[in-house]
Design a protein around this ligand. Structure first.
Ligand SMILES: [Zn+2]
Length: 121
């Protein structure tokens, strides 16, 4: 496992890991479904069992100790029915709410920014 490179988060030369662009837990049906990754340059595609990842952007420290804090807060509130309440529902749509006192605004905001950042680099 020696994929050396410059981590795009801390800027240091390190072993880089398989960093998921969108955290794995957010893939619907991730245990049973396969996803297709398409290279926009070549048009070639591959199956990815666990979503799209990039092996050239993050070291394990940045991924596992910094961005993980944001991901964990997103998992805690967005994937947990205890916090996310449907308040209006009809055949074509569902409206959800979750309350300001039930989540850490700074962490959740950084989660959304970090997904955009991962996708952009
Ligand atoms: Zn790093």
């Amino acid at each position: 496992m020696g994929n050396k490179g410059k981590c795009k988060f801390c800027g240091e030369e390190k072993n880089l890991i398989k960093a998921h662009i969108i955290p794995r837990n957010f893939y619907v049906g991730r245990r049973t479904e396969k996803y297709r990754s398409v290279d926009t340059q070549t048009g070639k595609w591959t199956h990815c069992q666990s979503g799209i990842y990039d092996k050239s952007i993050l070291c394990s420290n940045c991924d596992g100790k910094i961005l993980k804090l944001f991901d964990d807060e997103a998992y805690r509130v967005l994937l947990n029915s205890e916090y996310v309440h449907p308040i209006q529902e009809n055949l074509s749509s569902k409206l959800f709410e979750f309350r300001a006192n039930q989540f850490n605004y700074k962490l959740l905001r950084k989660f959304f920014i970090s997904v955009l950042w991962r996708a952009s680099v």
